[in-house]
Design a protein around this ligand. Structure first.
Ligand code: BG6
Ligand code: MG
Length: 210
């Protein structure tokens, strides 16, 4: 029986893809590193540090740890400026209704995101107070596909993994949900994942039938 749903944030509640792209692109251009939307797609669900390593696959020189930190800081400073433009109109279609329906049926809702900017984003889109628990990049030591982010959210909700569903747009997130023994619902790119249990469109039916 599903008693709670953990939502990924970027790409599920709000589309920040393009903002991440713009900010990484600015950094990559500064460093003369090839970067395009295809590479950006590989960064979904992946931590900031791990994302940089993927981008540096195209770099023509080696970077020290200090230089890498400077690059992620440079990207994040610009990304946070871009986040200032977010409003509640950026909540993805259908999400507000789904959150309300779940809550009306006493299903707990939480955020399980790899982003260290999750709380800022939730405040900008005016959803910060709606979730029973928020677990994000500031709470975890291992990023998806490790299940840590969802297991911490389960503890915060005081629910067992077997009673939880996860909604994800990243393959790494679907893998994390399955490793956590939770039911995985896929949206966006994650729909191609073989490990998903259902598509996001089935969430309300599956949860309420249960
Ligand atoms: C995830 C995004 O939610 O957060 C990734 O899908 C991103 O693309 C990651 O790299 C970390 O985000 P942030 O905001 O901490 O740099
Ligand atoms: Mg995502």
């Amino acid at each position: 029986m599903i008693k709670g749903v953990i939502f990924d944030l970027d790409g599920v509640i709000v589309s920040t893809d393009n903002l991440h792209y713009k900010a990484w692109k600015k950094m990559a251009d500064k460093e003369n590193i090839e970067f395009n939307k295809q590479i950006n797609n590989r960064l979904r669900g992946i931590s900031r540090k791990a994302s940089l390593e993927i981008i540096l696959e195209k770099a023509k020189k080696d970077y020290t740890d200090v230089q890498k930190k400077e690059l992620t800081d440079y990207k994040n400073t610009y990304y946070r400026q871009l986040l200032e433009t977010l409003t509640k109109d950026d909540i993805l279609p259908g999400i507000t209704d789904i959150l309300n329906t779940l809550q009306e049926n006493n299903i707990k809702i939480a955020i399980g995101s790899s982003s260290k900017n999750a709380k800022k984003i939730l405040k900008k889109i005016e959803l910060y107070n709606q979730f029973a628990a928020i677990t994000d990049g500031t709470n975890i030591t291992q990023s998806k596909p490790h299940p840590e982010v969802f297991l911490i959210a389960a503890k915060k909700l005081d629910l067992l993994p077997i009673n939880l569903a996860v909604v994800e747009d990243a393959k790494s997130g679907i893998l994390a949900a399955k490793k956590a023994h939770m039911t995985a619902f896929a949206t966006g790119n994650a729909k191609n994942s073989q490990e998903k249990d259902y598509d996001f469109e089935q969430l309300i039916d599956v949860v309420l039938q249960d």
